[in-house]
Write a protein of this length. Structure first.
Lengths: 113, 113
């Protein structure tokens, strides 16, 4: 079965420091991977996706993600965190059989001033 | 939120009563989805639609039914609400079946007492 795991419930980082939100995946075949962000009292918003090509994917709001096939990971990164980046982040994988998105359990990012 | 309106935004109901949540879109997207969001579970797919009167079950469909009589409206019905259905419900839309990018509504907070 296709799945994604987000091993950290919460990540804390100081403003201006680099941030990483971790995601590992388990799929058969080529993975289609996504990151979404949820701000308080809002729906999820698309950040970026990996389908094929360069292992480093750039997305919205200065975020990027690195696809690592050997480690089956797709970590979300940003060189310099902002307080406004504080939100709930979801990794997702497209199920090759049903074509639907399967979401991880989410990681809450807290950026402190 | 990308032309998606969910109603109501909040609802409190009693166990055993029927409840209908509405999702209305102005994007003319073919695909529509209902998810529920619960702590520790992330987002889980309840039902989805790939066209007018074309619907299918997701991973947590028991106790829920859906209908789509028009492209713009997708209704989620809890036939007899239970406390386990207390959750935040999100509607999402996509213009491609491969669900490479979903647009989400702002959610409905449902409490079943």
């Amino acid at each position: 079965a296709q799945s994604v795991a987000q091993p950290e419930d919460q990540v804390n980082v100081a403003e201006g420091n680099p941030l990483t939100v971790k995601c590992t995946y388990s799929v058969s075949g080529n993975p289609y991977l996504f990151w979404y962000v949820q701000y308080p009292n809002r729906g999820l918003q698309f950040l970026l996706k990996y389908i094929t090509g360069d292992n480093l994917v750039k997305g919205s709001y200065g975020f990027e993600a690195e696809f690592n096939k050997s480690q089956t990971s797709f970590h979300l990164k940003k060189p310099s965190a902002l307080v406004s980046d504080s939100a709930l982040y979801f990794c997702a994988v497209r199920d090759a059989y049903t074509d639907k998105l399967i979401f991880g359990t989410g990681t809450r990012l807290q950026v402190f001033p | 939120d990308a032309g998606i309106t969910q109603s109501p935004r909040h609802k409190v109901t009693e166990t055993g009563t029927p409840v209908t949540l509405r999702c209305h879109q102005t994007e003319n997207h073919r695909y529509m989805y209902w998810y529920r969001q619960d702590p520790g579970h992330g987002l889980r797919l309840i039902h989805y639609s790939y066209g007018v009167k074309d619907t299918d079950k997701g991973e947590v469909s028991d106790g829920y039914s859906v209908s789509r009589s028009k492209t713009e409206d997708f209704l989620l019905t809890l036939e007899s609400a239970t406390s386990s259905q207390t959750s935040v419900y999100f509607c999402a839309i996509s213009d491609r079946g491969r669900s490479e990018k979903l647009f989400f509504g702002s959610g409905t907070q449902l409490s079943v007492l």
